[in-house]
Design a binder for this molecule. Structure first.
Ligand code: URA
Length: 257
């Protein structure tokens, strides 16, 4: 269509309209679009998209594979450091692997690191740890002893601190069990002490420390002795007499072996 507006003026007019928010142009004559034939429906060929396969990771299977491949305590520690499926690791400062003498006849399995343990990367170094040291000193055992027979070896069910010191969840215990099982078999102690309910849950598959404590049990080819946790003894000093009885049971068993 011929127009008497000069090109540059026409362009300036269009730009001004765009600035004003015009986003559609219409013709001089209105169109009744309702009167028009409907637009032909164009069949769009649907692409067949293959279903998305979400690969489900089984952390227990991965833990088992990793733990089984460890041939030494150093390798087991390296495996644990590389294991990224336990969310506790994200909130922990340090991996708490063990303390004491790995040739000792007694291996203590506590629950999980607390604040001090998380800070120092060593098990049982807080108040409960000092209590534990006093308990074992009463039967002449010391985690720092050079001689294996006079020493103890200490670890936990979980190597990372649960935030706010909450109880470990059953799925966390199950996930870390392959590592603990391998840890025990590499140390190969004469007696494993299940310190408290969480440890009994991991090692014996049952809770109820008041009923379980003091009786030696055979599981997974180990001798297991459940005992009250030192933190429990700090809160309930009247239960110390039972801990003493259990320490004497332990001493007798070690002398027998
Ligand atoms: N309580 C535990 O069970 N383990 C530790 O390492 C410290 C406290």
């Amino acid at each position: 269509m011929e127009s008497d507006i000069e090109w540059h003026n026409a362009r300036a007019l269009l730009e001004w309209q765009l600035e004003m928010g015009v986003n559609e142009t219409i013709l001089d004559v209105p169109i009744d679009r309702y009167a028009l034939d409907p637009l032909p429906v164009i069949a769009v060929k649907k692409e067949t998209v293959p279903p998305v396969v979400v690969s489900k990771v089984d952390p227990v299977a991965i833990a088992s594979k990793m733990a089984e491949s460890a041939n030494s305590l150093t390798e087991l520690r390296t495996m644990l450091e590389a294991f990224d499926h336990c969310e506790l690791k994200l909130g922990a400062r340090n991996l708490v692997f063990s303390d004491g003498n790995s040739d000792a006849p007694i291996m203590i399995v506590g629950e999980a690191p607390g604040r001090e343990e998380d800070q120092q990367g060593k098990p049982f170094v807080g108040r409960a740890g000092q209590m534990l040291d006093r308990m074992f000193a009463a039967i002449s055992l010391d985690r720092r002893a050079q001689e294996a027979e006079k020493s103890i070896y200490i670890t936990n069910v979980l190597p990372w601190r649960p935030s706010q010191n909450r109880d470990p969840r059953p799925d966390e215990i199950a996930m870390m069990w392959p590592f603990l099982k391998k840890h025990i078999s590499l140390v190969n102690p004469s007696v494993v002490i299940a310190m408290g309910n969480i440890s009994c849950q991991a090692l014996l598959g049952e809770k109820g420390i008041t009923k379980l404590r003091g009786s030696l049990q055979q599981r997974h080819n180990f001798d297991i002795l459940p005992m009250f946790h030192p933190a429990y003894l700090l809160r309930n000093p009247s239960a110390k007499k039972y801990a003493w009885a259990d320490l004497l049971t332990l001493k007798a068993r070690i002398e027998q072996i």
